[in-house]
Design a protein around this ligand. Structure first.
Ligand SMILES: Cc1cc2nc3c(=O)[nH]c(=O)nc-3n(C[C@H](O)[C@H](O)[C@H](O)COP(=O)(O)OP(=O)(O)OC[C@H]3O[C@@H](n4cnc5c(N)ncnc54)[C@H](O)[C@@H]3O)c2cc1C
Length: 382
């Protein structure tokens, strides 16, 4: 087993860290306060095809293998302190671009992937509903045949990028009696579809620069070519996208942990109390040592899961283990970073304060920590 990055991966990492540091960090605290989605920064990320890291070059993406793309996302999380923007890119890439790349027809891929990869199309994924969250496949949004297309009716919620999305990958029941086993279909619904409406952005604790809303389908008619992967294939498409999201979104968290660790070390070395650098007190140095352990352990879990994407027959358990560990570790690391900065770490606008608020969301989206434990238990035969 070789844990070192290849020369190309190191170059990719350096490129994205330098880009993120110079282009993405200005005004983050102000955007967070105002809950503004930074569309111009989104487009800058698109110039580097960050929204199309896995997409083959012939469809306008960067054509990276899953592990290299994960290293690129880690570099983004390390270089950019805008957790909302980082998350918005991942929600778009992992829950929308990946399904279209994996399951779209050649015509669908040519129509959407170039714009999705360069950021000119913003995508959202609409699965959760007011009465089906953790039990996502209990959805009630219906898609009924209408000529050569379908009519969609229902309400989706917690739709990341919803308010600014041009394209919404939507899951709806085409055969409720079949449910999970062939009864759910994925649709690519364009924003200009009559009968599609999005609600105002939610006011939320963290990830405030990414927008999230409800999405309403009121007799929204789509053509047959909006179906992704075939009628009834939606459950598998969604489950696969969650494996990718659980694995690769963790890369953003690993990058954030590295940044927070370095911030904490810097402060512990320079802040003096009673004539000594606070890092000389074990009460400060030991939690920082724990931050380093969480970071290194999380990185290995995440790299292992990423290296098996596209290779192993089923990576659901690896993805759940990586997601559970990394998202919970980020909360612990963020809390220790705040603790290291004392009262300053709590002041609105401080990087650690924002990081802690952003971290909480990671234990909820792509399935809560309890749901990851359920998946792992199931794989253990429990
Ligand atoms: C920042 C963010 C972004 C999101 N983005 C999207 C998106 O883009 N698209 C989308 O479709 N959805 C999105 N979601 C929704 C997300 O997938 C759901 O919030 C999540 O699945 C939990 O559903 P819920 O909020 O309805 O909570 P519930 O399912 O009501 O759960 C409430 C509590 O009960 C626990 N619980 C529920 N069922 C079980 C069980 N069987 N065993 C043990 N405990 C259980 C949960 O762990 C949780 O603690 C997002 C959520 C967040 C926070």
């Amino acid at each position: 087993m070789d844990f070192s990055l290849s020369g190309e991966q190191q170059q990719l990492r350096d490129e994205i860290v330098a880009f993120a540091r110079s282009e993405l960090n200005g005004g983050t605290a102000e955007r967070d306060r105002a809950q503004t989605f930074p569309h111009e920064l989104w487009l800058k990320c698109g110039e580097r095809r960050l929204q199309g890291l896995f997409v083959p070059e012939e469809y306008g993406g960067r054509g990276l293998d899953p592990l290299s793309a994960t290293i690129a996302l880690e570099a983004l999380g390390y270089g950019s302190g805008d957790g909302g923007l980082n998350f918005a890119i991942c929600a778009h890439l992992l829950a929308c671009v990946v399904p279209i790349w994996k399951h779209g027809t050649d015509e669908q891929k040519r129509r959407y992937l170039p714009g999705l990869s360069n950021g000119s199309i913003v995508a959202a994924n609409a699965m959760s509903e007011p009465d089906s969250g953790s039990d996502a496949f209990a959805l009630t949004t219906r898609a009924q045949p209408d000529g050569d297309g379908f009519r969609l009716n229902g309400t989706k919620t917690f739709c990341s990028n919803g308010p600014c999305a041009d394209l919404i990958v939507t899951y709806a029941a085409t055969d409720p009696a079949k449910g999970y086993y062939g009864g759910i279909t994925a649709f690519m619904v364009r924003r200009d579809t009559p009968g599609l409406r999005t609600g105002p952005p939610f006011d939320k604790l963290g990830l405030r620069t990414s927008h999230m809303s409800e999405v309403f389908f009121e007799d929204a008619r789509v053509e047959g070519n909006a179906v992704l992967g075939g009628v009834g294939a939606g459950s598998g498409i969604f489950a696969q996208s969650m494996d990718w999201e659980r694995t690769c979104l963790g890369a953003i968290h690993i990058g954030a942990m590295q940044r927070l660790l370095e911030l904490a070390i810097g402060h512990a070395r320079t802040r003096k109390m009673s004539g000594e650098a606070i890092g000389k007190f074990q009460g400060i140095s030991h939690p920082i040592a724990d931050m380093k352990v969480q970071l290194e352990a999380g990185r290995l879990l995440m790299y292992r899961a990423a290296s098996r994407l596209d290779h192993a027959r089923d990576i659901a358990m690896d993805a759940a283990i990586a997601k559970l560990f990394v998202s919970e570790a980020l909360v612990a690391v963020s809390q220790d970073a705040v603790r290291t900065f004392g009262g300053y770490g709590l002041i609105e606008g401080h990087e650690t304060e924002r990081a802690l608020r952003d971290a909480v969301a990671g234990t909820l989206y792509s399935g809560t920590s309890e749901i990851q434990r359920n998946i792992i238990s199931r794989w253990l035969g429990l």
